[in-house]
Design a protein around this ligand. Structure first.
Ligand code: IMP
Ligand code: MG
Length: 177
């Protein structure tokens, strides 16, 4: 497996596994035996979505929203680009947005606005990693995996220039520009 030069591991694989299972229990308690549409924000949330849904004892449908904001940089750009994909019918249904990380909040805000316009019965968010940001607009995170320091991280779906998504842990890479 290609390994990035890792500065340090922030969240090791067993801790990720344990927390994702706990999140599944929290989500089950919220939707109790009902039906849920999981909307995964591509590409960063794919590993998280797969692990989370394996542990959900609910009827789930999955859908994808393909957003891009980084364009290969390590600092965010506020304009969001959406690549159109087929989208599930969500009107009148419970919807949970599954996102890898909350940084500036621009991606999640875009995803929330898009879903809200389609009149779901309820709309909540599940975010694996939340970074601290002073000027971030108030975006509700209903299910939060971990609060992490404001550092650039890779692994478990998150990339640096499209690489290292397959790392099983969350790590701070050594980036030599
Ligand atoms: P936003 O700034 O909250 O809109 O985050 C935009 C997107 O940037 C996230 O969904 C991630 O895909 C990506 N991103 C934000 N922070 C990081 C990071 O530390 N590593 C890798 N990708 C990140
Ligand atoms: Mg993302």
């Amino acid at each position: 497996m290609p390994r990035p030069p890792v500065e340090r591991v922030l969240i090791p694989e067993p801790r990720l596994r344990e927390r994702v299972e706990e999140l599944a229990r929290e989500i089950e308690a919220e939707y109790r035996g009902g039906e849920l549409v999981l909307i995964s924000v591509l590409k960063g949330s794919v590993l998280f979505l797969c692990d989370l849904m394996k542990h959900l004892d609910l009827d789930v449908e999955i859908g994808f929203l393909y957003l891009s904001s980084y364009r290969g940089q390590t600092s965010p750009q506020s304009d969001i680009q959406e690549y159109l994909l087929p989208f599930p019918r969500i009107e009148g249904r419970h919807v949970l947005l599954v996102e890898d990380i909350l940084d500036t909040g621009a991606s999640l805000k875009y995803a929330l606005d898009k879903c809200a316009a389609l009149s779901p019965r309820s709309l909540k968010t599940c975010v694996l990693l939340v970074k601290p940001k002073e000027n971030r607009p108030d975006i509700p995170v209903d299910f939060c995996g971990f609060r992490i320091p404001d550092e650039f991280v890779v692994g478990y779906g998150l990339d640096y220039r499209e690489k290292y998504r397959q790392l099983p842990c969350i790590a701070v890479p050594k980036i030599e520009e």
